[in-house]
Design a protein around this ligand. Structure first.
Ligand code: IDP
Ligand code: MG
Length: 150
C-alpha cells in the first residue's frame, strides 16, 4: 500500500494542534502505519530538506524544524501522497484553501505547521530517514472494506 511521510512541525506541536491535525488526516481513511515524537537535529533536518540546500530560506528552515519536538507519522492508503497533500493545502498558508490544515491554522509560509511528502519517490526516501523498516506496520482494520474497494 502507498505510504507517505507526515511531520507535525514544531509550531503544530507547540500550538497543541497535533491531535486536530492527526484527526483530520486519519478521518480521511488513511491509516497510521508509524508514529513517533522526536527532536530533530541539524544533520537529520539537512538530510530531510536536502533539495532546498542553497535556497535563501534554508538556514531558517533547518532552525525551525530543530527548534522543538515534532511528530513523525507514516500514513498508508490508496494515493496516500496526493490525498494528504490535498488535506494539507499549499505551501503558503495564505494561498491555502479554507478547510485545509494550512489554510485553517497557518498565517505564514515559514510557520506552516506540517510536512507531507510531495511524491511517492520523496515519500520512500523520507520515510527511511525517520523510521526503520520494523517501525512501519501494515495491518488490517475491520473497516478497510468501507474505506476502499478491496
Ligand atoms: P512543501 O512543504 O509544501 O512541500 P517546499 O517548497 O518543499 O514546500 O518547502 C519546504 C518547506 O520550506 C515549507 O513547508 C516551508 O516550511 C519552507 N519554505 C518554503 N518556501 C519558503 C519561503 O519562501 N520562505 C520561508 N520558508 C519557506
Ligand atoms: Mg516539499
Amino acid at each position: 500500500m502507498e505510504k507517505t511521510l507526515i511531520l507535525i512541525k514544531p509550531d503544530g506541536v507547540q500550538r497543541s494542534l497535533s491531535g486536530e491535525i492527526l484527526t483530520r488526516l486519519e478521518k480521511s481513511g488513511l491509516k497510521i502505519s508509524a508514529l513517533k515524537l522526536l527532536h530533530v537535529n541539524e544533520k537529520l533536518a539537512k538530510e530531510h530538506y536536502a533539495e532546498h540546500e542553497g535556497k535563501p530560506f534554508f538556514g531558517d528552515l533547518v532552525s525551525y524544524i530543530c527548534s522543538a519536538p515534532i511528530i513523525a507519522i507514516s500514513l498508508s492508503g490508496p494515493n496516500a501522497v496526493e490525498k494528504s497533500r490535498s488535506l494539507i493545502g499549499k505551501t503558503n498558508p495564505l494561498e491555502s484553501e479554507p478547510g485545509t490544515i494550512r489554510g485553517d491554522f497557518g498565517l505564514e509560509i515559514s510557520r506552516n505547521l506540517i510536512h507531507g511528502s510531495a511524491s511517492i519517490d520523496d515519500a520512500n526516501r523520507e520515510l527511511k530517514i525517520f523510521f526503520s523498516e520494523n517501525e512501519i506496520i501494515d495491518y488490517d482494520k475491520s473497516t478497510d472494506s468501507w474505506v476502499m474497494e478491496l
